[in-house]
Design a protein around this ligand. Sequence first.
Ligand code: BGC
Length: 729
Amino acid sequence: MDKKALEALLKDMSLEEKVMQLVQISGAEYEADAEITGVERGQVKDNVKRLAGSTLGIWGSKSLRRIQEQYMSEHPHHIPLMFMLDVIHGHKTVLPCPLGQGATFDPDAVRKGAELQAREAAADGVHATFSPMADLCRDARWGRIMESTGEDKLLNSRMAAAMVEGYQGKDLKDNAHVAACVKHFAAYGAAEGGRDYNNTELSEHTLREYYLRAYGEAIKKKPAMVMTSFNSINGIPATGNRILMRKILREEFGFQGVLISDWAAVGEMINHGYAEDQRDAALKGMLAGVDIDMCSGCYSAHLEGLVNAGIVPIKMLNEAVLRVLNMKNDLGLFEDPFRGLDADVTPVITEESRRLAREMVAASIVLLENKGKTLPLGKEKIAFVGPYADTKKLQSSWAFSGDDENTVSVWEAASEVYEAENIKSAAGCTMLDQDAVTAREIRHIDNWQDINNCLLAEAISVAEWADTVVLCLGEDMAQSGEATSKVSLRLPAVQMQLLHEIKKTGKKIVTLVFTGRPLELMEVRELSDALMVCWLPGTEGGHGILDVLTGKVSPSGRLTASFPYTVGQEPLHYDMYPTGRPKPENGPGPYTSRYLDCENGALYPFGYGLSYTSFSYGDARLSAQTMSPYETITASVTVKNTGDRKGSATVQLYIRDITGSRVRPIRELADFKKISLEPGAVEEVSFVINEEMLRFWTAEEKWESEPGKFQVWICDNSRDGKPLEFQLS
Ligand code: BGC
């Protein structure tokens, strides 16, 4: 439909019809087994169900076709219904959770992953996914860190941009892509105390410098949608925040797509104490520029009245409706309301999608320890022990459209690789401690202690038989994701007991940690010969992990979120500010900025990860010592694979602005490159530094660079390397 035809359609619509384009209702209104990701509000009225412009949480061409047929036949203008779904890290083929995808440091792979997700979701009738989540996360207590790519604004920017490109492709009409939704605008990841939905307090410069960056970069790729966040920022709920939405998002970032609220977030402004009642909430949402009200019922109940009373200008309403119609048009829904609803074309997991997922799993794994070259495994007898050893639950709480039965467990993959007489497995313990709380339940098991006693005895006998124990431990998948904040970052006590007991057998221990958040791993490190983080790896989890354990692939993943010594360090991130009293590198440093009982930095910092081979970095070089704002400097280093295996190095460029009108962090990631090297191979890696990379939100409240000295590191992680210096004139 061309622009004129769309405008004519808008003109012809009744006020009720227009309002309803701005209403999204739960898929549970149409399908009993819809995925409910928020608090249900009870049945919606008939007219709302008949006219609401979009729905979420349902998929599958058969049922969606039926729903679309009925909907369109009843709609006065036969405007199609839009189907949205949280396709976060996979629809049928589930990829590693986003935190794991970040660890690949490979935006191209992440783009391809998003393409795959889009292809599968589009073939299941889905029009839009609520992804990417571009929230910056510095607090491992916040369970949604699993849905992010971590603590760094540059890495998050590249990953979120790559996901938008992958989901949307070049043309949304092509049936192989879906609309992307950048969320949660804004600063949802800064929830105080790491407690989900909590207030955030951020100065203008912290907000702009850190928290807004990845949304901004992703929005440059023109996502069809942006979603508001649940939190309030500096006292104003994001969903009713006019400065954030109208000024920053629309005017400054130039976002022209559809702004959707998070689930019931319009109505929750009442709980926040910002709106008096539903009507006031609808008004505040509308004035802030929220186009679609997801599931709060405020718009459907009150927007018409507000427009009739002249409180919400009809022009404002029309603009919002037109944005929604435009999105439907961009998706080609007016020409083909049944796109992706061909009952014969259902998405299936293919060899190709499995290959992509498997490669991503292997690339996401972060090797933290490998004492005495314990890994890769050799021809020894191996026991796969632990609650993650033989489970297909390797997805996450945000992979509900993927089926567990398609998942390859660690044990299944091991059975393909090793002779049956050389491997054994045992669960060893339950996943969780008795009465542990997950997002939706309290996990109580009758006879929990008896069950664990039996499991432990079995595990010990299996360990005694083996030479090496691969101990598969971790967080339950229902303990990361939405509403899963925790004040403990330790593994469940029952799993730690298993580790201690296995240690007593004297066998080599390779610990695999399955997790959606950074954990405290000090004790685990002490007790393990090798230690690897496997995240929540998805469908091809077992295969990807075995590829690394056996040495078929050398690990190359890097942490994108700091793993702390203790939860007491949270929020924790590598790009901290210096202080007036810096702690000396060596020595206790009385009266300096430090903890009496802990390091300042992480146990395993951002950018950290080992390989089976080793790399040496030569002396870094700068092409010049000074640079004007119109010039560039090339920073280079020679990297050599000094080991005896092929491997990938993630070469990282960090910069520090030594003096500024505002204090600048001790270092910040400015660029990175992942290179693959054969044993003995040497590669020169170069980065171009330009003035734009040196800009920050100055004391003048402008994005500018300031003349002065800068330090540059080209190194292997955020803690290592020797700095060089240059001057910006
Ligand atoms: C989450 C969003 C999600 C939405 C729709 C909310 O509870 O915060 O991230 O996209 O539900 O499922």
